[in-house]
Ligand binder design. Sequence first.
Ligand SMILES: [Zn+2]
Length: 513
Amino acid sequence: MPRAAFELLNDGARARGERTLANPRNAAAGSIRQLDPAVAASRPLAFFAYALGRVEPAAKWLQHTDMLADFRRYGLPVCPEADRATGVDALLAYYQRIGARRDALPYDIDGVVYKVNDIAAQHELGFVSRAPRWAIAHKFPAREEQTVVEAIDVQVGRTGAMTPVARLRPVQVAGVVVTNATLHNEHEVRRKDVRVGDTVVVRRAGDVIPEVVAVVVEQRPDGLVPFEMPTACPECGSLLAREGDEAVLRCTGTGVCPAQRKESIRHFASRRAMDIEGLGDAWIENLVDLGYVQHVADLYALTIDDLLAMKRRADEGVGVVPETVKKGKVASRWAENLIAAIDRSRQTTLPRLLFALGIRDVGESTAKGLARHFGALDRIASASAADLMTAPDVGPVVASRIVAFFTAPHQREVIDLLRARGLHWEEGEPLAAAGPLLGKTVVLTGSLSGLTRDEAKQRLETLGAKVSGSVSAKTSFVVAGTDAGSKLDKALSLAIPVLDEAALLALLAEHGA
Ligand SMILES: [Zn+2]
């Protein structure tokens, strides 16, 4: 949202006595999230074309800059600041040049993006999870402000991690009022020596999460005492402990700590996990504090009557009522909707469930990899650390986390309950144990025209093949698209069979993939 358009939008809101928006970034994000497309359409949003989606037949451009030039010819808006630079010094000079003009641009930016210009090289470099290896953001320093620390609280996370949080005298940072800032962990508080009463520099890192950068020591009043971490969990009283040489202290009350339980339910219900719409933070507090829910499986035993009883108690001042739920007759509609949302989440997928369980260090992408590799929850739950490490993205630490999670008796009970209460997901065969290409190691190189590299990889894997990134004597065959480079040379020098795209497609078709 251009700054001028944002100002006009806020002028209008002010004239109508409505709430104004904090900054163009929030205004743009809020506009896109509007449920009513007519409202979204009325917002002064703008865009620059900068990339392609799917193109059939294959796109013709060899260089990213040629593509942008053609976009311009077609009449699409393209960022006039985009430029080509060769070498690190030239990139940094570009970064400095744009940084110097940052405030003069008609829109807000938080940095520049460097991209590899050669499109074949972009394909060759590919992606790690969702992050391209051929593009990188170089952010400008975040906007900083000073304020006073009024208190330091300790928050308990889903895995029991203790995070000290500075409660701040409210201050505007980059257009947003900041009242809390993370201090990350005990080590960080010590290193920065942040004390209650200190004046501190607050930054919104990446212009999003506020953090305390440093103490303004020359403004420290006399008599401030250094911060001490508590020795027991502020929520459940369990002792805190540190694992190995980790910086974070954790509550040892796993399974009994209400703070950990609330966080794990919040994670379980979140959009990318089980996606239970309408289960907000305040209700999670009430469900746990008032004893309706001990763990995630209890969500699936809740009834409309339970929710209405909880709501009545909340109306009477027991627990909290979120602003979005009003008193009286709308309550039954709310309860029905929430029960329906919980019910919808019963039909799920293995990757979602694995992610939702909240196993430490198992994010969405690792969960997907595990699901595909093992095919079934029980196979993952009973796998040894060594077995687990045969899955993509799983190293010794993640493997030990998964083993620890599934050997805790409490977790197995929860999973059994989830099943008993109607959670359902599709399971399949483990990748490595089936398929006509079992035991074959395949390397893909060059660009394919009929399918993407990822599609080719996925189809080969469903046939049992292992797709590797480098050619060695163990490689069974190499698939070479156009512009294949050193991997093809290596394959030829090792006399490894090479398939072209047509041969690959024939092979896939032969096995029904
Ligand atoms: Zn605790």
